[in-house]
Design a binder for this molecule. Structure first.
Ligand code: COA
Length: 471
């Protein structure tokens, strides 16, 4: 079986055993069982605990060996020293996959490394794939399965998240929820003793619910395997690689037992396989949201519309400083724009539609800009400006995105103002239209779409048969 088939029993299990399911609401084994039940998992659930006959109304078994039915997935939450014993029982029971939540392995030093190796060998000999140890588990908002120990689910969406940090993973889920960014699968990989980033990239590349793969990485053990998977992957990958500095790298080695490696090596390897690098969580989701919900840009030429000159100038600066172009508009475009503009403004790129712009001026100028052959992406900005009509601006952006989908030119929104504007632009987030509260973030999101356009262009060229006409 290949990796994708191997991982199905873990990510789409028909039955789950929770080993170390606890009676105590303060314990992790209690939370895991609770989360599975709260989310309404429809398969069979077997709490395993030798000390008590019932937990949460479910009959317990003293060991997986006492369960009569087959078990696809075992989630293990007993102290590290007992993990080899329960894993051996899982292997005997022919459990198909295991998630080891327990800490106390490679991240703790030499003794822990030996224990991790022992657990890995039990999994290998037993034909079980293993996620972890030292993991939070996973959350699947598409198929409604919460196989993790922290309460709360992501919004369903099309961005998959792989995280080497469990706590950060939860933080990222809540950040995404607040931004109305939906996720398809959220997987905490922990120490990656067996299942690693490469396996998950392969799995998610085959997942119809995932459009973009977002990753938080501290270290990669098998560089070649990782690069091969990333190179094969049809979907865009955005990754944070943490542990870039000596201080960060030292912290990563005690956190997940990772060797961070040279940052320059990672940087060049990511470039080779077109992984987009993000430098913090906000950037990770800025890029992922644009990639999931707007088309890639065919060229680096960006049109800019704002109702405040300063905002337009700053976006132009950001675009040009990160390799995008702010081209002159075609003569025809300038002529078409003029009737829609007040006399105080000039028909040019970046275009200032003035502070009093209402729905029609935003919509008409946006539509004309998108028809310009020199413009392949559009950033539309609203600054609070006192007399501005942010709600009408939002309406114009939504209408343009819906009307102009077939042009395959991305539209990204940007705003500058306080909570009043933020509240209004929420409507854009709900409709999955990328919207950013700064010129820099909007420009970088377009750059991400441009990089994706280039990745696809290179992939298409590689797939085209060689021209044999000269033979
Ligand atoms: N099979 C099944 N259940 C067993 C068992 C066995 N062989 N041995 C013990 N249990 C039961 C215990 O009786 C207990 O249930 P109870 O509370 O009803 O008595 C339950 O399993 C848990 O065992 P306990 O010894 O109380 O462990 P714990 O809950 O204090 O800690 C871990 C277990 C795994 C949570 C802990 O060792 C750990 O690693 N914590 C960190 C996890 C973490 O942070 N992971 C990384 C996240 S990113």
């Amino acid at each position: 079986m290949g990796t994708v088939e191997d991982l199905k029993p873990i990510f789409s299990p028909k039955s789950i055993a929770v080993i170390g399911a606890s009676r105590s609401p303060m314990k992790i084994g209690y939370e895991i069982l609770q989360n599975i039940l709260v989310q309404g998992y429809t398969g069979k659930v077997y709490p395993i605990n030798p000390e008590t006959p019932m937990i949460m109304g479910l009959k317990t078994q003293p060991s997986v060996l006492a369960v009569k039915d087959d078990i696809d997935l075992a989630i293990i939450a007993v102290p590290a020293e007992f993990v080899p014993k329960v894993m051996t029982e899982c292997a005997k029971k022919k459990v198909k996959g295991v998630i080891v939540i327990s800490s106390g392995f490679g991240e703790t030093g030499e003794k822990g490394k030996l224990l991790e190796e022992e657990v890995l060998q039990i999994a290998r000999k037993g034909g079980m794939r293993l996620i972890g140890p030292n993991t939070l588990g996973y959350k699947d908002p598409i198929d409604n399965l919460d196989a993790a120990f922290v309460f709360g689910m992501p919004r369903p969406g099309e961005i998959a998240l792989i995280s080497q940090s469990g706590a950060l993973c939860i933080g990222m889920i809540y950040y995404a929820n607040g931004e109305h960014i939906g996720l398809s699968r959220v997987i905490s990989v922990g120490n990656k003793a067996d299942v690693d980033d490469a396996d998950l990239i392969d799995y998610l590349d085959n997942d119809p619910s995932t459009k973009v793969i977002a990753m938080y990485i501290e270290g990669i053990k098998d560089g070649k395997k990782f690069l091969d998977s990333a190179r094969r992957c049809q979907k865009p990958i955005v990754a944070i690689k943490a542990g870039r500095t000596p201080a960060g790298s030292a912290a990563a080695s005690t956190h997940t037992g990772s060797l961070s490696g040279s940052d320059a090596v990672y940087d060049s390897a990511f470039k080779q396989v077109h992984i987009q690098r993000a430098y913090d969580v906000i950037e990770l989701f800025d890029f992922a949201r644009a990639l999931a919900y707007q088309p890639p840009t065919l060229s680096n030429k960006v049109g800019i519309i704002s109702n405040g000159g300063g905002a337009g100038i700053m976006i132009a600066d950001w675009c040009e400083s990160i390799g995008l172009k702010v081209p002159n508009l075609a003569k025809k475009t300038v002529e078409a724009l003029l009737p829609h503009l007040p006399s105080i403004t000039t028909a040019r790129n970046p275009l200032d539609v003035a502070g009093d712009a209402r729905f029609h001026r935003y919509h008409a100028t946006g539509s004309i800009m998108l028809s310009d052959p020199n413009v392949d992406a559009l950033i539309m900005t609203c600054v609070h400006a006192g007399i501005a009509r942010p709600r009408e601006y939002v309406g114009a952006v939504i209408k343009l995105v819906e009307e102009k989908r077939n042009l395959k030119k991305p539209i990204v929104a940007c705003w500058v103002g306080g909570p009043e504007v933020d509240e209004v632009v929420q409507e854009l987030r709900v409709k999955n239209i990328p919207v950013y509260p700064s010129a820099m973030r909007a420009a970088k999101a377009v750059r991400s779409l441009y990089d994706e356009g280039r990745r696809l262009e290179i992939l298409t060229k590689k797939r085209q048969p060689k021209d044999n006409s000269s033979n």
